[in-house]
Write a protein that binds this ligand. Structure first.
Ligand code: SF4
Ligand code: SF4
Length: 499
């Protein structure tokens, strides 16, 4: 017996519905169908995930999806979600799976930080009339001047990534997202003068031309890793962890390991692709240093190496170790970071907000005098240009976005990416669904989004009297907290509003 209650209801305005069956064609979850006896559309609401596809595509706007007001007998201790999860697990005996980022109402510190502005003294700058520098370089900038015995300067600079603005697209694997979503990200990164990441799924041969704007990933499963792959990208990212599921590995079931996805990952068709929780050759910073060195050696010391970690307790000590491993860039992924599939309990209970992690890491690296040896990139909850400005003022060199990018591509946050039936053609490999996302239109949306953010970033910088990202970086004097406790203010390194 199934104790579940239908989560969403389909309300159809019979006056408006022309029985064109568009909703039936649009819903990959098989909710709508035509009942010939009744000569009208009917819905199996138990399958609806509220992705809004049918609502948006209904030509007469006849459909509304609403949250079912009928719920479980909640009380202060037992919320509907707790009860529903118990029914689900009592039925399945398995771990609960979900996707995207943590939806719990933990504090979002970006929303508790306010940005300053110049008034009277230190005048503001008009970004429409004055040059504003958003160019950003990522990598090891520690290059003390050295001379050989004849007094000539010895070249000792490290390879850097040059971004036209401090925003990248995070790694999302081909397999977790579709070919067309991947292509849209690659095209947008190239047009914007920034980078996108392959995630752990390897690099499809069609995307090699975008290599100068690609960050290739080496994860614990080593999928798709070979010399040509490493050399195709502009930088290499070692994924030690990710914010949505810190401390655990990944699993793409054999049923999804088909065709190009299997070939790109270099995994036999039909076999499960399991990324172990740890890298089986990394148990210390010395081990990490070896992998960093191997990757640099394999690519002729021409590409920066990034180490991506989840924001967890002791992140500042972890980052300090990574900075000493020879890595050039550290990506810190906060616990609200998205994913195609993660155990729900891990996603919602493990990790820490990236804002606190960033502030702690920046301070620690500065206090140890090694901040210039690594760049810091933060991800996992960057939703707007204001979050970008706050992250940079808190010490980040750049931010990386994934969920925001997917929303720009049409994601409606239904949080069922793990089903493989994404109606918007993003988190799916079903050819008919993949075709719904036009890569050209998707790339244009991404370019528009980031172009819009860029104008807002320079406007906020101008308002502060700052004309370069370099001058904004770590400039915490420009930030004030609102409604924060003293320990929170201390960790963030900012004063309270009014001070
Ligand atoms: S799953 Fe999406 S397309 Fe299907 S009925 Fe629900 S909202 Fe409509
Ligand atoms: S990517 Fe698709 S399946 Fe995943 S949350 Fe967005 S709309 Fe839903």
């Amino acid at each position: 017996m199934d104790y579940q209650i239908t989560e969403f209801l389909v309300e159809r305005d019979r006056e408006r519905c022309t029985v064109c069956r568009q909703c039936e064609r649009q819903c990959a979850n098989g909710v709508h169908h035509y009942d010939s006896k009744l000569n009208r559309m009917v819905a199996d609401e138990t399958k609806c995930v509220d992705c809004m596809r049918c609502t948006i595509f209904c030509p007469t706007h006849a459909i509304r999806i609403v949250k079912n007001p009928q719920t479980f007998r909640e009380n202060a201790g037992w919320r509907a979600e707790n009860i529903q999860d118990i029914y689900r697990q009592a039925e399945s005996g398995g771990a609960l799976l979900s996707s995207m980022g943590c939806p719990k109402p933990y504090p979002i510190y970006w929303d508790k930080i306010l940005i300053g502005a110049s008034q009277v003294t230190n005048p503001s700058i008009d970004p429409l009339r004055e040059p504003m520098e958003t160019k950003t370089f990522l990598g090891n900038k520690h290059c003390p001047i050295e001379r050989d015995k004849d007094g000539r300067i010895v070249p000792n600079s490290h390879p850097l990534l040059e971004l036209s603005l401090p925003i990248l697209f995070s790694g999302m694997s081909y397999g977790s997202i579709s070919y067309n979503a991947h292509k849209a990200l690659a095209m947008a990164a190239e047009r914007l003068g920034t980078f996108y990441g392959t995630g752990e799924g390897g690099l499809h041969k069609d995307f090699y031309p975008y290599g100068p704007h690609t960050i290739v990933q080496v994860a614990s499963g080593r999928f798709g890793v070979e010399p040509a792959y490493l050399n195709a990208g502009a930088a290499i990212e070692i994924k030690m962890g990710q914010g949505a599921k810190p401390g655990i590995g990944g699993h793409l079931p054999g049923s999804k390991m088909v065709g190009d996805i299997a070939r790109t990952r270099m995994v036999p068709e039909g076999s499960d692709a399991i990324s172990p929780a740890p890298h089986h050759d990394i148990y210390s910073i010395e081990d990490l240093r070896q992998l960093v060195s191997i990757l640099k050696e394999a690519t002729g010391y021409t590409k920066p190496v990034i180490v991506k970690v989840a924001a967890v307790h002791n992140i500042s000590a972890i980052a300090s170790g990574i900075a000493r491993s020879g890595a050039d860039i550290i990506t810190i992924d906060g616990f609200r970071g998205g994913t195609g599939a993660a155990p729900k309990r891990i996603r919602d209970n493990v990790g820490i907000p990236v804002e606190l992690a960033l502030a702690a890491v920046d301070r620690r690296l500065r206090s140890e005098g090694i901040r210039d040896r690594v760049s810091l990139v933060v991800s996992g909850s960057i939703r707007s240009s204001a979050d970008v400005v706050k992250a940079i003022a808190l010490g980040a060199d750049a931010v990386s976005i994934a969920t925001s990018a997917l929303i720009a591509l049409g994601c409606h946050l239904c949080r069922t990416c793990q089903s493989g039936r994404c109606n918007w053609g993003i988190a799916t490999q079903r050819p008919d669904l993949v075709a719904r996302l036009d890569p050209e239109a998707g790339a244009q949306h991404l370019v528009n989004l980031i172009t819009g953010w860029k104008s807002e970033v320079v406007e906020m910088m101008g308002g502060m009297g700052i004309n370069s990202i370099e001058a904004l970086r770590g400039n915490r004097a420009m930030l004030r907290g609102i409604g924060l406790t003293q320990p929170e203010l201390e960790i963030l390194g900012i004063s309270h509003a009014g001070a």
